[in-house]
Design a protein around this ligand. Structure first.
Ligand code: ZN
Length: 223
């Protein structure tokens, strides 16, 4: 089985963003072993928000608030019909308004969206074989928190994957991983704003720790 990190691009015909307008939040998850919090707070009903359409058509898969995702009803129907797992909730979202950030003909009304939460708890990163730069050392073998400064390829620990098609791994809650089956579903929908990077090739390196960037020279001063 191959796995991919799901990332949103700031481009594509289906670039759509969602901002929550309702502010009921519940406590974050806690590690059953060390008790530390995992990830952020949870979004609670009412599920209300606004859509920002940057592309031409509404996307079928959007980044949601509080670590969740928004998927269209038609995407959810196929996700279930094909027996995929790893999403829970499926709460209808009330779209209060739509902001369109492009010129040209107006698209029709938005599709119906559902708020879903990716699974967390079984699959864990192999912290030895994953390339993660951090100043901390791992103190809990369950949540495996270290706080990444840079990532240069990830590997799952053999035997921890339980068949989930969408999940956040123990070790890096902030990374959203999907299966090959989920990738094939995504490819059939409006998802030109989504990219899927093979897990072992996933790079996140904002400070250039693994891949130093050429020095940016200041433009010469005019004075
Ligand atoms: Zn822990």
């Amino acid at each position: 089985m191959r796995f991919f990190v799901l990332e949103k691009l700031r481009e594509g015909h289906h670039d759509t963003e969602f901002n929550r307008l309702s502010s009921n939040l519940g406590p974050a998850m806690r590690c059953p072993r060390c008790g530390d919090t995992i990830g952020g707070l949870n979004w609670l009903p009412p599920y209300q928000g606004e859509l920002e359409l940057h592309g031409k058509d509404f996307g079928d898969l959007l980044k949601g608030p509080c670590g969740g995702l928004l998927i269209t009803e038609r995407f959810a129907k196929d996700f279930k019909a094909e027996g995929l797992t790893g999403l829970s909730g499926f709460h209808p979202v009330e779209v209060m308004r739509v902001r369109r950030n492009h010129r040209g003909p107006k698209s029709g009304p938005p599709p119906s969206y559902l708020f879903v939460t990716p699974s967390y708890g079984h699959p864990a990163l192999d912290m030895e074989r994953s390339r993660i730069r951090s100043k901390k050392i791992m103190t809990c073998t369950w949540c495996r928190y270290i706080g990444a400064d840079a990532i240069d390829g990830l590997t799952l620990e053999a035997g921890t994957w339980n068949g989930e098609d969408v999940f956040r791994p123990r070790g890096l809650w902030g990374v959203l991983i999907v299966s090959e089956r989920f990738m094939r579903l995504v490819e059939r929908y409006f998802t030109s704003h989504i990219t899927l990077v093979p897990l072992e090739k996933y790079v996140w390196d904002p400070l250039g720790l693994y891949h130093p960037r050429p020095l940016q020279l200041e433009p010469p001063s005019k004075s």
